[in-house]
Design a protein around this ligand. Structure first.
Ligand SMILES: *Cc1c(COP(=O)(O)O)cnc(C)c1O
Length: 467
């Protein structure tokens, strides 16, 4: 969010007495720096109280981001907040742990042993996608120039389904790349690979496949995309690579569908990103990106700085940030191991499928995702149901019981369809699911007996859709 002066029009200072302390006699402004210091206890209380009505994060079914970590993980992360992830010379052991995480993830994504893969942690998938996109752009430029193409004649372009997450739009705007969005349609609830190939030309830096479309949780058919690109690349002046945006699927699918080919096993997949803070089970913000081979990461994007004492190469948009998230990721890898991750994700999936069954059993909804892929439930109201209420009304009802559930339109060309989505996370246990199912049933009952005003149907509005 961007903030500014307008915010000053709100209540400008704290007026509540802070539990009988001396601070209650002081003016504590909100939008200017207070003149005097205050006791830590009071500062803590004031900030904590500001957050009171923020809603229970674990009841927020809108986000993929983790809302639970074990006490030991939280302690470890709290004790390592001062470590600067960029400072590989002061914190060489931390750097080594980041290195291990990259290797663990490369292994999960079947990086070929014969190639020298490279990777790094990032703040999240957004930063990772910027890096992946930039690497494709720089590589395209060198190869297109070498192939005798006038690289200044047109903008380079990137092909992706219209179900992209907003970070790709940012990438294209920030780095001046034309986005060629392949529309989703009834017949193609994911990337239409045929149309994607038709859009490719000598100015295409790459195609992005999405493992876990944000809107519905559906996976692009990256194996089919790879097969079509193999064909295309055979005669192409400038070959087109694939980057997989596996923000939500990258640390889920390897455990749940190890047989599905979407990763470095595919010839044209050159880089993959994921969010450690989604199904990597770490608090935000941590992301990862890995390139299959060093050739896919142009050298001019890698920086070596000497002012921190070492000469370690880095690739990042940010510079300083805490390493605690990296250590939290390593804690999880160590703590759960392959079998632990699999078991947690299986349980999460089971809960999602239970919820989908509950939704379907009401007979009001068409299910888009029944939780059997990514553990999300996604549905729309049946077209011919004649029901006077909308999914936005249902979201409001559920919110009264503390559940934050988004309703929003699908992307182009399906933007007239409103859907509702629950993202199930590891801390959403079956007992919570039963409670939710009860509240859901009650909400439907209330709506069916309520006097719903039919004027403002919130058409086209988004409610609580975040990631
Ligand atoms: C969540 C998400 C992102 C952005 O990830 P952050 O880690 O929040 O930056 C990008 N792409 C997809 C497909 C996502 O689901």
């Amino acid at each position: 969010m961007l903030y500014g002066k307008d915010d000053r029009n709100k209540m400008q200072s704290y007026t509540a007495p802070v539990f009988g302390s001396a601070a209650s006699e002081c003016d504590i402004p909100k939008y200017r720096l207070n003149h005097c210091p205050m006791e830590p206890r009071i500062a803590y209380r004031l900030v904590k109280d500001e957050l009171l009505d923020e809603g229970a994060a674990r009841q927020n079914l809108a986000t993929f981001c983790q809302t639970y970590m074990e006490d030991e993980a939280v302690r470890l992360m709290g004790e390592t907040l001062e470590k600067n992830a960029i400072d590989k010379s002061e914190y060489p052991r931390t750097a080594e742990i980041e290195n291990r995480c990259v290797n663990i993830i490369a292994d999960l994504w079947n990086a070929p042993a014969a190639l020298s893969y490279m990777g790094t942690s990032t703040v999240g998938s957004s930063e990772a996608c910027m890096l992946g996109g930039m690497a494709m752009k720089f590589r395209w430029r060198a190869r297109a120039a070498a192939a005798g193409i006038d690289i200044s004649a047109r903008k380079p372009n990137l092909i992706i389904s219209s179900g992209y997450q907003v970070c790709w739009e940012k990438f294209c705007v920030y780095f001046d790349v034309e986005m060629r969005a392949v529309p989703m349609s009834r017949g193609h609830m994911r990337l239409d690979t045929g149309r994607a190939i038709e859009m490719a030309d000598e100015y295409t830096i790459g195609v992005v496949g999405i493992l876990g479309i944000t809107y519905t949780g559906e996976y692009d058919d990256i194996e089919a995309l790879d097969a079509k690109l193999r064909e295309y690349n055979r005669n192409a002046k400038v070959t087109v690579p694939i980057h997989v945006d596996a923000a939500s699927g990258g640390l889920y699918t390897p455990f749940i569908e190890p047989g599905l080919k979407w990763d470095f096993r595919l010839e044209n997949v050159v880089s993959i990103n994921t969010s450690g803070h989604k199904y990597g089970l770490v608090y935000p913000g941590i992301g990862w990106i890995i390139w299959k081979h060093e050739e896919y990461l142009p050298k001019e994007l890698v920086f070596k700085v000497s002012y921190l004492g070492g000469e370690t190469p880095t690739m990042a948009i940010n510079f300083s940030r805490s390493a605690s998230q990296i250590l939290g990721q390593y804690y999880n890898f160590l703590r759960y191991g392959h079998e632990g991750y699999r078991a947690i994700h299986e349980r999460t999936r089971h809960v999602a499928m239970f919820l989908a069954g509950t939704v379907e059993a009401t007979g009001y909804f068409d299910i888009y995702n029944d939780g059997s892929r990514l553990p999300l439930v996604c549905y729309k109201l049946k077209g011919d149901s004649g029901i006077p209420w909308t999914l936005y009304d249902l979201a409001d009802r559920l919110q009264m019981r503390g559940w934050q559930v988004p309703a929003y339109p699908l992307p182009d060309d399906l933007s007239r369809t409103i859907i509702q989505r629950y993202v199930v996370r590891a801390d959403f246990a079956m007992n919570m699911a039963y409670e939710f199912a009860e509240d859901f049933g009650r909400a439907l009952d209330e709506l069916n007996h309520a006097h719903v005003l039919g004027i403002d149907r919130h058409e086209g509005k988004v409610r609580g859709f975040t990631h």
